[in-house]
Design a protein around this ligand. Structure first.
Ligand code: PLP
Length: 237
């Protein structure tokens, strides 16, 4: 396979996803410009990130600290003039926070006070505050990341008081269901939690919806879609 072929496919997929978002937004009576696309580039090489960047994509999501930081450093070395926004979206262990606090622009997967405190302490002074989304679970699922209400409200209160963090919103990966109405109802619950917090804090980010469920997420008010497979194709094992 030539690189040109690869990039043509990537271009097509990107345009498809952008169109899907556009149509879905209009159908839901929403302004497509208020819905951001996060390209989830985990397990995909930097070349594909570069190809998407030339198409206008600026925000990328990574799930592993080491892999993500490696890409960020390489990107900065190879493209010192072009700033991207890097979002950490994966499970974060509290002993792995430092490289994330030092290199990412956002952490969307925060679900404990301990993580908040460490990220705040480890965020370098010369960088802007680290953007934070709290990970919310509309239904408690054992073994899953994220907190339920009222733990979410408590985390928001802590986050809002930490100077090196900027609380931006809520992220969620609700349990998957085949029933679109059920899916929509779960996203609505996330939105409700987000709106509740928004009464107290100046939030602007409701991160929900992936390749397979972005329509339901947009209908329920998502402002940030995290899309991997629909953009890049299947992830290498
Ligand atoms: C991998 C991942 C995605 C992207 O999922 P796709 O189904 O490939 O679009 C979104 N959010 C999180 C938190 C992920 O880990």
């Amino acid at each position: 396979m030539s690189l040109v072929e690869n990039n043509d496919t990537l271009t097509e997929r990107y345009q498809n996803v952008m169109q899907r978002i556009h149509h879905t937004a209009l159908k839901a009576g929403r302004d497509p410009a208020r819905i951001q696309l996060l390209a989830v580039s985990k397990k995909h090489p930097l070349e594909k990130i570069a190809a998407l960047q030339t198409l206008g994509q600026q925000a990328f999501g990574e799930s592993h600290a080491q892999e993500g930081v490696g890409k960020i450093l390489k990107w900065q070395e190879q493209h010192p003039e072009t700033k991207l926004a890097w979002h950490f979206i994966g499970p974060l262990q509290s002993n792995k926070t430092r490289p994330v606090a030092e290199h990412f622009d956002w952490v969307q997967s925060v679900d404990s006070v301990k993580l908040l405190q460490r990220l705040d302490r480890q965020r370098p002074e010369q960088l802007p505050p680290l953007n934070i989304c709290l990970q919310f679970q509309p239904v408690a699922e054992p073994g899953k990341r994220g907190v339920t209400w009222p733990a979410l409200a408590h985390l928001a209160e802590v986050a809002a008081g930490l100077p090196r963090l900027r609380l931006r919103g809520v992220m969620s990966i609700p349990p998957r269901t085949r029933d679109p109405q059920e899916q929509r109802a779960l996203f609505e619950q996330v939105r409700q939690a987000y709106e509740n917090l928004r009464q107290h804090y100046p939030l602007d980010t409701l991160s929900m919806g992936m390749s397979g469920d972005l329509e339901a997420a947009v209908a329920a008010g998502s402002t940030l879609l995290r899309v991997g497979t629909a953009l890049f194709g299947p992830r290498p094992a």
